[in-house]
Design a binder for this molecule. Structure first.
Ligand code: ZN
Ligand code: ZN
Length: 132
């Protein structure tokens, strides 16, 4: 089981199952909604994820996506894609131990900022990962 929460501690979550789609996302929506140049995410089965404390805020971040965040401190927590109702994406760095889930590729690199230089040798996808 994976455990995590927001910066202020108001929101806590747990996630089971085997994490997949561990990625660095370079898209503009992730950037703007977090204030960070790149955001690390992982996915788990939707049925294996639950908030265990607090009630997150939610907003539509695109025509097909909903993001959740802590209404007190603003930490971004999850992304849900209407087209993929069986899975949920979680921000890797809201885990209590993000070191255990290193990203395995880069997505939306067509939006990568010029001053973000990639040298980790991981696969790069111009947009979303093929087949996802
Ligand atoms: Zn918080
Ligand atoms: Zn993104």
């Amino acid at each position: 089981m994976l455990y995590g929460g927001c910066l202020c501690g108001a929101i806590r979550f747990e996630a089971g199952g085997t994490p997949f789609h561990r990625t660095f996302c370079h898209c503009e929506t992730c950037r703007r909604s977090t204030g960070a140049p790149v955001v690390a995410w992982f996915s788990v089965p939707r049925a294996q994820f639950r908030f265990t404390q607090g009630i997150p805020g939610r907003f539509r971040s695109s025509a097909h996506g909903t993001r959740s965040f802590c209404p007190q401190c603003g930490s971004q927590l999850t992304f849900e894609n209407d087209a993929l109702p069986q899975e949920i994406d979680v921000t890797t760095c809201t885990l209590d131990d993000p070191a255990q889930l290193p990203p395995q590729d880069h997505t939306w690199t067509r939006s990568r900022l010029d001053w973000v230089h990639l040298a980790d040798g991981l696969p790069e996808h111009d947009q979303a990962r093929p087949g996802n």
